[in-house]
Structures are given as C-alpha cells and as structure tokens.
Design a protein around this ligand. Structure first.
Ligand code: SF4
Length: 179
C-alpha cells in the first residue's frame, strides 16, 4: 500500500455515486489523501440519456465542491468493444467487458495524472453483481491499486431521498433498456 493514496472514483451516475462521494468528501474512508470523480461512460445510450446523467453528476460534484473529470464519449468505440455480446443478459460477459473497458481508461488516466488507486460504484445497484465488478477491475489494474470499498448503502439511499436526481430505469447501454 503506498503512503499516500490518490484515488479515482469511477461513477456511472449521481444516484449511484452520491453516498460514496459524500463519504470521501467527509474523510470517512481512511487513508485516502486525495480523490477525483471520473465520469467515463461511453456505454450510455442514447446521447440525450448520457447528457442527463452527466449533468446530474456535475451538479452533485459542484454542490460538494468535489473535483471531477469527464472522459471521452465515443459510443461507437464502446459498441465495437462489446461486439458479439449484444444479446447477453445483464450481469453476463458483455458487462464484464464493459466494466473492464472503463477501468482500463481510468488506469491509463491514473498513470498519466499521478493517481495510484481506483474504486468504483459500478456495483451498488441491486441489478449489479459486485463480485463481477471487482473481478473486472482486478484483471486490468496492474500497478494501479484497485480498492474494493464497501460503500455505505444507507447513506446513499438517504441522499437519494433528499435529492431530486434524475433517475434512469436501465443500466446504460441500449441492450439494457427494459421493455
Ligand atoms: S448492462 Fe450496463 S454494465 Fe452491462 S454492458 Fe450494458 S451498460 Fe455495461
């Protein structure tokens, strides 16, 4: 474990990340010296949906005065990465590739910008499998440490009750839109 942890928190949306951001902001997670929120979600479809989630993320970060970075949005590149897995169910192999794609981006960003650890909120939704998220992260995080933090779910729910976040009803890609 390095002396100082500079963390990238990967977020998919404000409703999932609000509790984690608040905990980090309040210094509730020991040993984290500095953190930034990363919104890198080229999986989200369509563009209008991406923009809504991004706007909510920015609003929440700015409300708390938390630093954030917005990754590139290239949905076609993401589609190419998961080609052949379009019909797989949520929690299946397409999702593992989707998580890995986003973690790889964060890993490279970390190396270029002096961060040494990555965590995410990709597993907090009840539709997600935390074990799958952790496995995807561990497979790609080499000298950048992956921290599998167990976020405070009660706090997340409380902030959601008190906030008026835009809330989507599907994970993000076109294949996860519930009919
Ligand atoms: S369902 Fe969600 S995690 Fe799975 S591939 Fe689609 S956007 Fe990615």
């Amino acid at each position: 474990m390095p002396d100082k942890i500079r963390l990238i928190l990967m977020s998919c949306c404000a409703p999932c990340s609000c509790g984690a951001i608040k905990q980090l902001h309040d210094g509730e997670i020991p040993c984290i010296d500095d953190f930034i929120v990363m919104f890198f979600n080229p999986n989200i479809y369509p563009d209008s949906e991406y923009q809504k989630r991004l706007n909510e993320q920015i609003k929440y970060c700015e409300k708390l005065g938390v630093k954030y970075v917005i990754g590139d949005y290239d949905h076609n590149a993401w589609r190419a990465h998961v080609a052949g897995l379009e019909n797989e169910p949520e929690r299946g192999p397409r999702c593992s590739k989707c998580f890995a794609y986003r973690f790889c981006y964060a890993r490279e960003y970390a190396k270029q910008h002096g961060f040494n650890a990555i965590a995410s909120v990709f597993g907090v939704s009840r539709h997600k499998d935390q074990t799958q998220v952790d496995a995807a992260a561990c497979a790609v995080c080499d000298d950048i440490q992956y921290l599998a933090i167990d976020w405070d779910e009660k706090l997340r729910q409380q902030i959601n009750r008190e906030s008026e976040f835009y809330r989507q009803n599907y994970c993000g890609c076109e294949f996860s839109i519930r009919k």
